[in-house]
Design a binder for this molecule. Structure first.
Ligand code: NAD
Ligand code: MG
Length: 409
């Protein structure tokens, strides 16, 4: 019996994790759950999974949550706010914490879990992207494992089982191409929020769906792969694979290439992050290559999708630059989702934030410096948006030149 805590239980990752727990009651047991604001679903989950401790991010919803679970026996300990979430992450004898919170809000709870000696099933990529320079040493210090739950990184991790240290030469991340993969560049100026939220292959939370439409998700995954597998950025590539059947590939030193295949269904990488190194039998529909027919690949279009290049540049700059890229992206995506900026402003605002931060960037940032860089970038993007248009300075020309470094560092 593995005892687990799920952060962000009411989201896409959280609900799919709990589906797995419900499917394997003899294998997994819930110790703690956290949620942001969805009291109704959270109360149902508490009723069904009987956690010992729970926390809701929005403290103003605490009375509502308490009323909704008044009849639940045994009654869990109920906390609220960011501190409550960190306390749940560190609580009790849970062996593993699944990080399904969206955004850099997951950073402090993840650190709390690591410090409490819990292994991490990492869905919340923003945490590793922003906090990589401090998370990696903490994992070593506390002897904690970080198991990838993101489908591409799970694929790479699966391919690497049995590959000796030093055997990996190149990572090839596959990308579906997002909502606009078949839109011509000229039409991109008319993109609406509803268009961007229609993902062709995956059903996910809003933020990652927009990240998939800008291909920033793939850029973030390049940085995630760098921190998880230790390759430099010249050895991490992106290829568009519209069917989302190959979840990623690795090339080994002798040029052998290994891939992991499966339907686009997050339950499989989530299950493997929970069951590793074991393989649990599932009743899920087996892959059927003949019905798929063909698997195709093409080069990513950097002109249409500048975010990938911004992410490579931030990753190469290192220090707190990935935290700035990530926070600027989170803020820009929020502005886009609330229809305050057009789609094309997302990469422009991110590039502007990274360029403005470049002279302040330092290697080996502390946690405080990373949190400060994150807060700075959010404010920068907000202020840039609030500044009247004629005064706005965007560094867009370089965006149109594939291969060029978008900002100098
Ligand atoms: P989601 O929006 O569906 O769910 C997010 C969860 O976090 C919810 O429970 C929400 O209540 C909670 N939350 C939101 N803001 C919070 C805050 N400030 N503090 C505490 N809790 C908060 O998101 P998702 O699609 O499940 O994605 C979660 C993470 O997993 C993201 O980092 C995403 O990139 C990653 N991921 C998701 C998928 C997917 O299929 N959904 C795939 C790969 C990686
Ligand atoms: Mg992914």
């Amino acid at each position: 019996m593995k005892r687990i805590t799920v952060l962000g239980a009411t989201g896409s990752i959280g609900t799919q994790t709990l589906e797995i727990v419900a499917q394997y009651p003899e294998r997994f047991q819930v110790v703690g759950l956290t949620a942001g604001r969805n009291v109704r679903l959270f109360a149902q989950q508490i009723q069904q999974f009987h956690p010992e401790i729970v926390a809701i991010q929005d403290a103003s919803l605490l009375p509502e949550l308490q009323a909704a679970i008044a009849e639940v026996e045994p009654r869990p300990q109920v906390l609220a706010g960011a501190e409550g979430i960190a306390a749940v992450a560190a609580y009790g004898d849970a062996e593993m914490v699944v990080t399904g919170i969206v955004g850099c809000a997951g950073l402090l709870p993840t650190i709390a879990a690591i410090r409490a000696g819990k292994n991490i099933a990492l869905a919340n990529k923003e945490t590793l992207i922003a906090g990589g320079p401090i998370i990696l040493p903490l994992l070593a210090e506390y002897g904690v494992k970080l198991l990838p739950a993101d489908s591409e990184h799970s694929a790479i991790f699966q391919c690497l089982q049995g590959v000796p240290p030093g055997g990996l030469r190149r990572i090839i991340l596959t990308a579906s191409g997002g909502a606009f993969r078949d839109w011509p560049l000229e039409k991109m100026a008319q993109v609406t929020v509803a268009d961007a939220l229609k993902h062709p292959n995956w059903n996910m939370g809003q933020k990652i769906t927009i990240d998939s439409a800008t291909l920033m998700n793939k850029g973030l995954e390049v940085i995630e792969a760098h921190f998880l597998f230790g390759l430099d950025y010249d050895h991490i590539e992106i290829v568009i694979h519209p069917q989302s059947i190959i979840h990623s590939l690795v090339e080994l030193q002798d040029t052998s290439v290994l891939a992991q295949l499966g339907w686009p269904d997050m339950r499989l990488p989530l299950l493997y992050s929970l069951s590793w190194p074991e393989r649990l039998p599932t009743p899920w529909k087996p892959l059927d290559l003949v019905s798929i027919g063909s698997l195709t690949f093409r080069e990513p279009d950097h002109q249409k999708y500048p975010c990938m290049r911004l992410a490579y540049a931030a990753g190469r700059a290192g220090g707190a630059m990935p935290a700035v890229l990530n926070a600027a992206n989170e803020q820009a995506v929020n502005l886009f989702l609330s229809e305050k900026i057009p789609f094309a402003d997302i990469p422009r605002l991110i590039e502007s934030a990274c360029a403005a931060y470049a002279s302040a960037n330092r290697s080996n940032p502390t946690l405080e410096e990373i949190l400060a860089a994150d807060a700075w970038a959010r404010n920068y993007v907000l202020n840039t948006y609030l500044t009247p248009a004629p005064v706005r300075v965007y560094l867009s020309p370089s965006l149109a030149t594939p291969g060029s470094r978008p900002y100098s560092t």
